[in-house]
Ligand binder design. Structure first.
Ligand SMILES: N[C@@H](CCC(=O)N[C@@H](CS)C(=O)NCC(=O)O)C(=O)O
Length: 206
């Protein structure tokens, strides 16, 4: 049985939980990270030297980095079409996965930590505004690319929609000013038709 180590409200753990639902995989999840701690023990660090969540344990293998976990699970458990059927399609899937981690992730973390995790008197609102603007730029770009939809690559759901989907949920759930982005709103609605997304991602938690 696949073991997922990580708290269920972590954006990166939620990717993995949703992916397991898409693949129909049974798993056990154990609370690690955040208030549960246990990520700085020698035992955990031997599995994931970053001391972050998620970590997935499968057949004696420890896998970390959420998007790598998605690719691993899809490759191993019959989700190969979700990764893209040829090198060109795979490049279109993977660029959005990398884009979420490198372009969207950093400013989203700044906004999230300040507005959701920190008490009001400790927030850096200048940093929040700067990151909100970066996010607006990224989400506007994504909105433009979603034109033909319903998914980011077009007609078919792929692994790319998982990192994008968690980011889109967070963007809509954060208490920030949002541009009116119709394609993005439609995309959010389409993703919410998927059971794994509503169960693990779009469940009211930013
Ligand atoms: N690039 C890593 C980032 C992992 C990460 O930053 N995880 C956060 C939760 S979303 C974490 O472990 N935070 C500390 C904690 O929860 O204790 C990934 O995608 O897996």
């Amino acid at each position: 049985m696949i073991r997922i180590l990580g708290r269920e409200d972590s954006i990166n753990v939620r990717k993995v939980l949703w992916c397991c639902e898409e693949l129909g995989l049974a798993f056990e999840r154990e609370d690690f990270g955040g208030p549960f701690g246990k990520t700085d023990t020698p035992e955990y660090l031997s599995l994931n030297p970053n001391g972050l969540v998620p970590t997935v344990l499968d057949d004696g293998l420890a896998v970390w980095e959420s998007n790598t976990i998605l690719r691993y699970l899809a490759s191993k458990y019959g989700g190969e079409p979700l990764r893209g059927r040829d090198p060109a399609e795979r490049s279109r899937v993977e660029r959005w996965m990398d884009w979420q981690l490198s372009v969207v992730g950093p400013p989203m973390t700044v906004v999230f930590i300040n507005l959701i995790r920190l008490p009001e008197d400790e927030r850096d609102m200048a940093a929040v505004e700067k990151s909100r603007n970066l996010l607006a730029k990224a989400m506007t770009l994504l909105d433009g690319e979603l034109g033909d939809g319903p998914y980011i690559l077009g007609r078919e759901f792929t692994l790319a929609d998982i990192p994008l989907g968690v980011a889109v949920n967070r963007w809509f759930e954060l208490p920030i000013r949002r541009e009116k982005l119709d394609n993005l709103a439609r995309y959010y609605g389409t993703l919410r038709e998927r059971a794994g997304y509503t169960q693990h991602v779009a469940n009211g938690i930013p």
